[in-house]
Design a protein around this ligand. Structure first.
Ligand SMILES: *[C@@H]1O[C@H](CO)[C@@H](O)[C@H](O)[C@H]1NC(C)=O
Ligand SMILES: *[C@@H]1O[C@H](CO)[C@@H](O)[C@H](O)[C@H]1NC(C)=O
Ligand SMILES: *[C@@H]1O[C@H](CO)[C@@H](O)[C@H](O)[C@H]1NC(C)=O
Ligand SMILES: *[C@@H]1O[C@H](CO)[C@@H](O)[C@H](O)[C@H]1NC(C)=O
Ligand SMILES: *[C@@H]1O[C@H](CO)[C@@H](O)[C@H](O)[C@H]1NC(C)=O
Ligand SMILES: *[C@@H]1O[C@H](CO)[C@@H](O)[C@H](O)[C@H]1NC(C)=O
Ligand SMILES: [Ca+2]
Length: 549
């Protein structure tokens, strides 16, 4: 072991100690040692909400008392929406008035990461608060013919909330596995009910995306038609894209109405099929935007979100509901004008550059979270621990990579609990570990690799698949506060020397601490594809189609 290596390792461990001390102090701020915390918050409609969190003396699990009000949770996840795609992002022809309005009522995170530049691993981390390599959701995403999924011993947001007595519903794109017998569907990960398509709608033949307009190519024709699941049963195969969004929204509306009438706390997870390739919309939005098919799809997405937010208002739920909005990864640049836009950020989907993993994100809780905009570092790993803290859900016994950012959201502190973030590539390996590390406003790339999803015709060669895996020693270093587009390598700037050593050390400590589950995404078996007739029917795959039920 070289002297420098020793220095780095010792540095990193002292850094870890500092981090854990910070975390302890942070928790103590909550007066947990006393056994109970009582917060009083004002509220526009109800004047007064008393919110009690009782802490169990043995395991410190928090429990609510009977007459307390604790928040419902709505989590909007958009598929492949780029940093530059929304009206609030300054896109010249995008129209997203409802999302923009929601953002204006929210705490907006301008420096927010997902853990992977593609769907399945990003979703695994969002729902578990853990890096995807711990659950085996790598490399890439789960295909239609993959018999496996998110391991059943992983604990999702839905599971911890269900234990707290929340009703849980997912509508939309699951993408964490189906299984031969549906054993990886949401029903087995804490969701009471599900309506949606379990993977991307280009993993099956494209039939009709818009009224009187064909789908833009590039859909898989060798797999079964896309199934629409109601919980664990296929109710439509092929699923009809043009009527899908309305069905999903109606299901969510009914859920909100029922929950309001029964006065039951709820968790609504809405991972939209929009704005993943191929773009689609119903008649109402087709041809209505100034941004072509992508803009039409965005309009339909915006309208869906508007409807859900209006439903919260109708049933007087808005003030007691935490609403999160984020995208699962950057834009699919290979789709050209049919794909999203990373705005000022470099490259897009499939890469560890900012365009691949830095996403639009914000959270609203009227009367509790003040509308504001912050450049503090945060990630999707924080969603589970933060929701747990806000709802008093129990996370004891979980090995989490995310931080509880509730104090930060509630403006009790101006600093995010996260200082470092590890950026994994689309196809991570234990040898190369995270390709990049973010430390506050600095980002160091230890390895780079381009990807087809960021477009092989991209004018920036480093984004393309022709840019093969390259190690950088010293790493490429970018100061994101002045260079969010990662253009100017400042590795030689001596003022960043210490930070670079610390980032290198942190990365090594992170790699030592990480556990890698064997990959589950590489298995293929056509007989595991969801089929509403019989898996072994002929001629496959068309024999799987069912009449509408
Ligand atoms: C924690 O206790 C201190 C001292 O009693 C008090 O000043 C502070 O407001 C308490 N914090 C919370 C969150 O209750
Ligand atoms: C500690 O708890 C007791 C009762 O459980 C309460 O009377 C007291 O005010 C609490 N102290 C603090 C600092 O919160
Ligand atoms: C909560 O409700 C249960 C059952 O209704 C009751 O036994 C218990 O005393 C209540 N607890 C509080 C703190 O009111
Ligand atoms: C789930 O089970 C696998 C295989 O037994 C194990 O390696 C992994 O650590 C478990 N994960 C969790 C979160 O308990
Ligand atoms: C969904 O399926 C699961 C597993 O079969 C079942 O336990 C649950 O009751 C179903 N939910 C609904 C709403 O039917
Ligand atoms: C940093 O310095 C080395 C050694 O002088 C030089 O080879 C390299 O090109 C410099 N890198 C940048 C980004 O300026
Ligand atoms: Ca995606």
């Amino acid at each position: 072991m070289s002297l420098l290596h020793l220095l780095m390792v010792s540095l990193c461990f002292s850094r870890l100690v500092v981090l854990s001390v910070e975390l302890k102090q942070y928790k103590e701020k909550e007066n947990m040692s006393n056994g109970s915390v009582s917060l009083t918050v004002s509220d526009e409609r109800k004047n007064f909400i008393s919110y009690n969190l009782e802490v169990e003396s043995n395991d410190k699990a928090q429990r609510r008392s009977n007459n307390s009000v604790y928040p419902n949770v709505v989590l909007f996840l958009v598929d492949d929406l780029g940093y530059g795609d929304l009206g609030i992002s300054g896109h010249p022809t995008s129209r997203s008035p409802a999302i923009d309005r929601l953002a204006s009522q929210s705490k907006i995170f301008t420096h927010f990461y997902v853990t992977s530049p593609v769907c399945s691993p990003s979703r695994a981390s969002l729902l578990t608060g853990r890096y995807q390599v711990r659950s085996g959701i790598y490399p890439g995403a789960l295909g239609a013919d993959n018999p496996r999924g998110l391991p059943l011993n992983e604990t999702t947001i839905a599971e911890i909330l269900k234990k707290k007595g929340y009703r849980t519903l997912i509508v939309g794109k699951w993408h964490l596995g189906v299984g031969y017998e549906g054993e990886y569907l949401p029903a087995h990960h804490g969701f009471d009910d599900y309506l949606g398509v379990p993977y991307s709608h280009d993993m099956c033949p494209c039939y009709a995306c818009f009224p009187d307009k064909p789908c833009e190519g590039g859909c898989s024709t060798s797999h079964v038609s896309c199934p629409l699941f109601s919980n664990t049963t296929i109710i439509e195969q092929p699923m009809q894209l043009q009527s899908l969004t309305g069905k999903l929204v109606d299901k969510a509306k009914q859920f909100l109405k029922d929950s309001a009438q029964d006065d039951a706390p709820f968790f609504l997870y809405m991972p939209f099929m929009h704005v993943h390739h191929p773009q689609f919309s119903s008649e109402e939005f087709s041809g209505k935007s100034a941004r072509g098919i992508f803009g039409d799809a965005l309009l339909e997405l915006d309208h869906s979100i508007d409807t859900i937010l209006q439903t919260l208002d109708t049933f007087d739920l808005a003030d007691n509901t935490v609403v999160w909005f984020l995208s699962d990864n950057g834009p699919s640049l290979r789709r050209h004008e049919g794909g999203g836009c990373a705005g000022a950020l470099r490259c897009g989907k499939g890469t560890a550059w900012e365009g691949g993993v830095r996403v639009p994100a914000f959270v609203r809780w009227p009367g509790h979270i003040g509308p504001s905009r912050t450049g503090e570092l945060l990630s999707s790993l924080e969603v589970l621990p933060t929701i747990a803290a806000l709802t008093g859900a129990d996370t004891s016994g979980l090995k989490l990579d995310g931080f509880d950012a509730s104090d930060f959201l509630l403006d009790k502190t101006s600093e995010s609990p996260r200082e470092y973030f590890a950026v994994y590539p689309m196809d991570p390996s234990q040898e190369t570990g995270p390709h990049a590390v973010v430390y506050r406003h600095l980002k160091a790339h230890f390895f780079t690799i381009g990807d087809l999803l960021s477009d092989d015709q991209n004018y920036d060669e480093i984004c393309t698949s022709r840019h093969l895996l390259t190690e950088h020693n010293p790493p490429l270093l970018y100061d994101l506060s002045v260079d969010p587009g990662e253009r100017w390598n400042v590795a030689n700037d001596t003022s960043f020397k210490i930070s670079l050593i610390e980032m290198t050390a942190w990365r090594q400590a992170h790699m030592v601490d990480m556990t890698w589950m064997p990959s589950v995404t590489n298995d293929h078996d056509k007989y595991s594809e969801p089929c509403c007739t019989d898996h072994y029917c002929e001629p496959f795959p068309s024999c799987c189609d069912c009449p509408l039920k």
